[in-house]
Design a protein around this ligand. Structure first.
Ligand code: ADP
Ligand code: MG
Length: 686
């Protein structure tokens, strides 16, 4: 290939090497012996191969609309072909009266089928009707097509490459025992079959092997990061569980722990007793009781003479944690303080001094905790609550506050699907709390439309009359620059029209409010002074008002699934039966309808997370890191769950037995990993 086209391949498809070309997999195969009739084309036709004689071609249109149009005809009908780019090249090669074999995607233009930018070659009838030949179809770009590098040309290049390749050029990277056990195709065979399979079965076999390889290598890398960090970062050693913990556990714990809470606590205890830094992700559904697990861990830190901090994503949440924890700790003699952006200077100074001289044991706060000036005498335990709001760098900044890095417990706001956690957070140790405290009643969730509003309002009224409180949640419409609170303020007026001021008190909360006003308004709702809270999603995380039993979510179709679930988690926190009403507009998309349906069907955050992943794909899920971890060429964490589970199982097993990859059978893997060094951003994770 000449340098011009070579450069274009680099620019357009990032194909720099033979290896890149091999990894540019076809997105489908077509059976080249199957030639369809033109009359077979209908509205459902996508890609099709037809053969016919060229009738005429001509240039039509001006400037931007300029295009080359042609007609071919077989004995069943005519089909229009069109080119918008590369016109002069195509014009040169077309010849009226010649029979062509054409492959392409059918589009409809004014109701008439049309094939734009078809792959085309001269039709040789003797080729057709022979044995099945699956031709790979590659993605390409308009620019490449204009240079003659259409799908067919890329296929030719790839084919050419395979004629020159020796089996040893594609080196096996998986251990033999795994290949045998899982009956996986050898690597070089799999590459060839993925591009040029004999039949469909061989193709599927090849793809399975290559997907496994991708996921397995990713899991090995993640496990290596995890294990190497265990080795590299000496951690604070919590030698004992002492009086603070025992006294609290035996005398002040307000309830019995669930089995899940006990299990996770044990995992944390084991981690912190080993002398290596703990990096643990705690996944639990909304309301599963993560906070108490964090507190008990912090008590163990205190028993060993270490300070702890708990970082929350919003001021409101930090405040609530502070109030809740202060109450729990009141008999323990431990000191806890709150540090946020709005902490007054004098108090702030006091706190900074207290942290340095170790008179403060626990500090709860927001991002303010990350600032340089916040230094500790001996920070030993860090809790990051509602993880997805914090970046990796921010977490790392917290560790730096001690010579020996503190243990880190990251808690998610809502569950992440297992497959996603395995890939995006596979470098962290990982705990799941899949059990809610006893006595929780499922929240009844229904969907209503605008026409049913007065009924909804009547219902809310009846709940308030029973002494409960209600939330009204409005979406935030983010315009390019300023955040627009129109929906919220209009909503406030509307709520007021149903709940007149002489009878009801209504509080309002949104992100742009001054911190002290926010606090006052929140406090009025917490204390029960007002019955109704009108808010944006600032209320989303963590806020705990057990007496609130109804949540009305306006324009529910505008929210994501995990957000709806998190919002709904604000009710159903007390002993009363709770309700969530999703008000939807008439113009919901199919996908948003599906979201709403799932919400009405289940309260299970893990199920909801799975569905969210299915609907949106991994790229958009809140709380996933933008890392190389999810960029697979062939595999998908949505569709290939089983292969992923296998890959993780095998990767963990292999590294548990041979962490340094010194066994003979693991040498190919070791060599492969070394050859790939620097090609991904893996080392940067964590
Ligand atoms: P989340 O996991 O969403 O952060 P929280 O820690 O806020 O949940 O706990 C939710 C509520 O459940 C709190 O009111 C808490 O006191 C209560 N809770 C936690 N664990 C238990 C338990 N084992 N038994 C009863 N109530 C519990
Ligand atoms: Mg919480």
């Amino acid at each position: 290939m000449g340098p011009l086209r070579g450069d274009l391949l680099k620019k357009e498809l990032e194909i720099f090497t033979f290896g890149d070309l091999l990894n540019h997999f076809p997105f489908r195969h077509i059976d080249k012996t199957a030639v369809a009739k033109i009359s077979d084309i209908n509205f459902k036709t996508e890609y099709i191969q037809v053969a016919g004689r060229l009738q005429w071609f001509e240039l039509v249109g001006e400037k931007q609309g300029r295009r080359l149009v042609a007609h071919i005809k077989d004995n069943t009908g005519e089909l229009e072909l069109v080119w918008f780019k590369g016109i002069s090249y195509v014009e040169k090669i077309l010849e009226v009266g010649v029979d062509y074999l054409l492959f392409g995607k059918i589009g409809f233009f004014n109701g008439k089928p049309q094939m734009a930018h078809p792959d085309l070659e001269i039709f040789l009838p003797q080729k057709a009707g022979g044995k099945i030949f699956l031709e790979p179809i590659y993605s390409t770009t308009e620019k490449l097509k204009a240079r003659g590098l259409n799908a067919k040309a890329i296929s030719k290049l790839t084919h050419q490459l395979f004629t020159q390749l020796q089996p040893k050029d594609i080196i096996e990277n998986l251990p033999n025992d795994i290949l045998k056990k899982l009956q996986l195709m050898e690597r070089n065979v799999a590459y060839r079959a993925a591009h040029f399979p004999i039949d469909e079965q061989e193709f599927e076999f090849a793809i399975k092997r290559l997907k496994f390889e991708e996921l397995f290598i990713a899991q090995v890398r993640l496990a290596l990061v995890r294990i190497q960090r265990h080795k590299a970062f000496k951690g604070v050693l919590f030698v004992k569980v002492g009086d603070y913990f025992n006294n609290f556990y035996n005398n002040h714990l307000p309830f019995a722990l669930t089995n899940a809470q006990k299990r996770v606590l044990k995992e944390i205890r084991t981690d912190t007793a080993r002398g290596y830094q703990m990096n643990r992700l705690l996944q639990g559904d909304v309301g599963s009781g993560k906070t108490i697990v964090a507190l008990l861990s912090m008590l163990i830190a205190a028993d060993n003479g270490y300070q702890s901090c708990l970082m929350a994503p919003t001021e409101i949440l930090a405040q609530q944690h502070y109030i809740g924890l202060t109450d729990l700790l009141k008999e323990t003699g431990l000191t806890i303080r709150l540090l946020t952006g709005s902490t007054k200077i004098k108090e702030r100074r006091e706190i900074l001094t207290g942290l340095l001289d170790d008179t403060i044991h626990f500090v709860v706060g927001t991002h303010a905790l990350i600032e340089e000036v916040v230094q500790f005498k001996n920070l030993g335990f860090v809790v990051v609550d509602e993880q997805h709001r914090f970046g990796v760098a921010q977490r790392a900044a917290l560790w730096k506050k001690a010579v020996v890095p503190p243990h880190v417990l990251v808690m998610t706001a809502t569950p992440i699907p297992r497959t996603l956690a395995m890939t995006a957070y596979g470098d962290l140790d990982y705990s799941v709390m899949d059990e809610l405290p006893p006595g929780r009643k499922p929240i009844t969730t229904v969907t209503r439309n605008e026409m049913q509003r007065s009924k909804v309002m009547e219902f809310v009224k009846s709940e308030i009359e029973l002494g409960r409180q209600a939330y009204f949640i409005y979406p935030l419409i983010e315009e390019s620059e300023k955040v627009n609170y129109e929906d919220l303020t209009q909503g406030y007026e509307q709520v007021k029209s149903y709940f007149p001021e002489h009878q009801y008190t209504i509080s309002m909360l949104h992100g742009k409010m001054k911190a002290d006003l926010k606090e006052t308004n929140m406090q009025r709702f917490v204390s029960g002074e007002c019955q109704i809270m009108v808010a944006t999603t600032v209320i989303e995380v963590g806020v705990n008002v057990p007496n609130a039993s109804v949540m009305v979510i306006e324009s529910a179709e505008k929210f994501g699934l995990s957000q709806l679930h998190q919002l709904r988690g604000r009710v159903g926190r007390g002993s009363e039966k709770s309700y969530c009403v999703l008000i939807t507009g008439s113009k919901s998309s199919v996908e948003s309808k599906e979201r709403i349906n799932i919400m009405c069907q289940t309260n299970d955050g893990f199920k909801i997370a799975e569905k969210d992943l299915e609907l949106r794909g991994p790229g958009d899920i809140e709380g996933t890191r933008q890392s190389g971890a999810l960029n697979f060429k062939l595999a998908s964490i949505v569709d290939d769950k089983e292969i992923l589970e296998m890959a993780k199982f095998e990767a963990d097993k292999l590294l548990n037995n041979d962490i340094d990859l010194i066994e003979d059978k693991n040498l190919p893997l070791k060599n492969y990993l070394q050859s790939q060094k620097g090609k991904t951003g893996w080392s940067k994770i964590s």
